[in-house]
Design a protein around this ligand. Structure first.
Ligand code: AQP
Length: 335
């Protein structure tokens, strides 16, 4: 079996409220990797159900993430767009890897602690085992590179540990690669617009905390206008952003949208007030996001087309995963 050297896998959960953080931290980078890599982009519906999802909404949100991928510029002919539940090998490998991963490793996962909150006893077993399923998602394709936002770094480290332990336990050196996280761009961790110390997230109860990929130009302008900042003008240097989480966040968002560094943005806007900076940022965000939002809407009007893209992608993904999974079965001793 020829091992790939430049195979990318990544995913987004269809849990609604797809936002600027998902776009800048993940989807936009997915688009950029198409020229140099063989890419599989997954709508991770099995991850989504680790917390309760209304079935009709899950289906609609799955189509929405697929539409966002295509609208952002991923080519479903050249690369593979599919949903996780369409490829049973993810679940099958996850079981094997559940038996490789150690409870102590999972106990250290900060995302589980955050998402389970105080009432851990009531969290689903799936939420706890989430990082192992994520390892399976990547390893079932022997993927070598994984573009993600900074919040997924710890899960990627776990995937590497699981791969290594499988290879050691079964004496199959290099069978699973050590997948490399690709954490790229000026906005690897976009923060809430209401609280610059918290990650922008789909589940934040405040709609003003995030710019979504469905927001109108007016919504975007309003949310940026209301974004939490401080009374001081923008600093001249990146060091001057220390201790100013809201300001740092908006500068990072501008830098990512403009394909600049924060230093370049501050060279241009240092000394100016937020009253001046925010409208410029809003215009840029609208310019970048509106065409994608429009295209997503157009695609969502034809759910049959999206479903066909996902089905076709799943067939092509299975063709890659099935021989790798067959080899895993042999290695483990399943007859
Ligand atoms: N705020 C963010 N900044 C940069 N990247 C982000 N990502 C998520 N939030 C940010 C990246 O988006 C990709 C898909 O994320 P996901 O949907 O699989 O899961 P998530 O990280 O749990 O997303 P949310 O929005 O934060 O949802 P909730 O509210 O449910 O926790 C990943 O690459 C992620 O790093």
């Amino acid at each position: 079996m020829n091992k790939p050297t430049n195979r990318v896998f990544s995913g987004v959960q269809p849990t609604g409220n797809l936002h600027l953080g998902n776009y800048l931290g993940a989807i936009r980078n997915f688009v950029g990797l198409q020229e140099s890599h063989e890419c599989l982009y997954c709508v991770v519906d099995m991850h989504a159900i680790t917390v309760w999802q209304d079935p009709a909404e899950l289906a609609a949100n799955t189509r929405e993430v697929a539409a966002a991928y295509i609208a952002a510029g991923i080519d479903p002919e050249k690369h593979i767009i599919f949903n996780q539940s369409g490829v049973p090998a993810h679940a099958e490998l996850a079981w094997v890897l559940n038996c490789v991963a150690r409870i102590g490793w999972l106990n250290r996962m900060t995302q589980f602690k955050d998402k389970a909150g105080k009432d851990r006893e009531k969290a689903s077993v799936g939420l706890y085992a989430y990082p192992v399923l994520m390892a399976a998602d990547i390893l079932v394709y022997q993927a070598t590179h994984v573009p993600v936002g900074e919040d997924q770094k710890q899960h990627l480290e776990l995937a590497r540990d699981v791969a290594q332990k499988f290879n050691n336990d079964f004496a199959v050196p290099d069978f699973f690669p050590q997948p490399e996280p690709l954490i790229m761009g000026a906005a690897t961790r976009v923060m809430s617009l209401r609280d610059g110390t918290k990650k922008m997230s789909k589940s934040d109860p405040s709609d003003l905390s995030r710019i979504t990929m469905k927001d109108s130009a007016e919504d975007i302008a309003k949310k940026i206008r209301k974004a939490q900042t401080d009374p001081d003008p923008l600093p001249e240097t990146v060091e001057g952003l220390a201790g100013r989480a809201g300001a740092d966040n908006l500068v990072g968002i501008y830098a990512a949208l403009a394909d600049k560094t924060k230093a370049e943005v501050l060279a241009e806007f240092g000394g100016r007030q937020f009253g001046e900076f925010k409208p410029v940022l809003a215009d840029l965000a609208i310019e970048r996001l509106s065409p994608i939002t429009g295209e997503m809407k157009r695609l969502m009007d034809d759910p049959g087309h999206i479903d066909a893209v996902l089905r076709n992608g799943a067939v092509r993904a299975r063709a890659i995963a099935d021989p790798i999974m067959a080899r895993v079965r042999e290695i483990v001793g399943f007859i």
